[in-house]
Design a protein around this ligand. Structure first.
Ligand code: NAI
Ligand code: 15L
Length: 273
């Protein structure tokens, strides 16, 4: 958690979806400082509500439930959904139906801004010797990446048609430490995740913007120049972990598509079911 919040308390009520997940659990503790009430939701158990928390266990595919969930909410940090390559049915429910339900509920409740946890897997079939930016055409590496690309388009439609702003965050790999050589390029520290989410929530004007969620890593396949208006400045870097990662994984098999494409092992998951 950051010693100094990047911004003073700004919101009355924030909604954090996916609050029982890896990043949701991190953000649950961190986002409290930026709002009076933090509403938390997940299909999984969230445990007891702490001070200033409101817990709602709910499936994102439940349109009526999501409509109710969004009542009285100022802004949404949308982390909920399927987060890995999986069969179509759960992806369809959580990431396709779920994202539509979320934006419809935002529209009906007058919610003005969403931070959408998209993924580097929207761009997974670019090669690791290419640098992509906010305007590069999507090249999803599987059903999961495809569903996130759909979510980005839903967000864009609701900006164009209804003026709901979204910061699309194409998160790289957000874990306590980079786990392998690929993550030296894709890693996003938890402190930088907080910086990025708070920057997205508090930037005065974002419209529909795309930013890649990475720390200040020496190697990176993502160019965030076109997202400078968001004001995110990474302060961590995977470089401090580089020696340890390279010692653990001294060799790369360059015949392996996972070593060639940005999506890593996601590009060779399959067949689709
Ligand atoms: P996670 O899988 O740990 O958390 C996702 C949460 O969503 C889970 O708690 C799960 O119960 C909930 N969920 C799944 N289906 C649901 C449904 N139908 N209704 C309601 N809730 C449902 O994933 P993690 O790592 O916390 O990621 C958070 C978000 O960030 C996800 O959307 C993921 O796609 C995205 N992301 C994460 C990355 C990472 O490195 N951690 C990288 C790129 C994207
Ligand atoms: C993702 O989108 C996943 O949610 C996460 O679990 C990681 O696999 C990450 O991408 C990654 O590419 O490292």
């Amino acid at each position: 958690m950051l010693d100094q919040p990047a911004s003073p308390l700004t919101f009355n009520r924030l909604l954090l979806t996916g609050a029982a997940g890896g990043l949701g659990r991190e953000l649950r503790a961190r986002l409290k400082r930026y709002c009076t009430a933090l509403r938390l939701s997940d299909i999984a158990d969230l445990g007891p509500a702490g001070a200033g928390e409101e817990c709602v266990q709910l499936d994102l595919a439940d349109a009526a439930g999501v409509l109710q969930l969004m009542q009285g909410v100022d802004a949404v940090v949308h982390m909920g959904g399927i987060s890995t390559e999986q069969p179509w049915a759960p992806i369809l429910a959580a990431n396709i139906v779920g994202i539509y339900n979320l934006y419809e509920a935002a529209r009906k409740n007058g919610v003005k801004r969403v931070i959408f946890a998209s993924s580097n897997h929207v761009m997974g079939f670019y090669r690791q010797d290419q640098v992509v930016d906010a305007d590069s055409p999507p090249r999803p590496d599987g059903l999961y990446g495809l569903s996130k690309a759909f979510g980005e388009d839903v967000a864009r439609l609701y900006w164009d048609r209804y003026g709901i702003e979204t910061v699309v965050v194409r998160i790289g790999s957000s874990f306590p430490e980079p786990r392998d050589r690929r993550m030296l390029a894709t890693w996003l520290s938890y402190d930088d995740l907080e910086r990025l989410v708070v920057a997205g929530l508090t930037a005065p004007v974002v419209g529909w913007s795309v930013v890649y969620g990475i720390s200040d890593n020496r190697t990176a396949w993502y160019d965030n120049t076109k997202a400078r208006h968001i004001g995110y400045r990474a302060q961590d870097s995977s470089d401090v972990h580089r020696d340890a990662v390279e010692a653990r994984q001294p060799k790369i098999d360059l015949a392996d598509p996972a070593a060639i494409y940005q999506g890593g092992a996601f590009v060779r998951t399959g067949p689709f079911e």
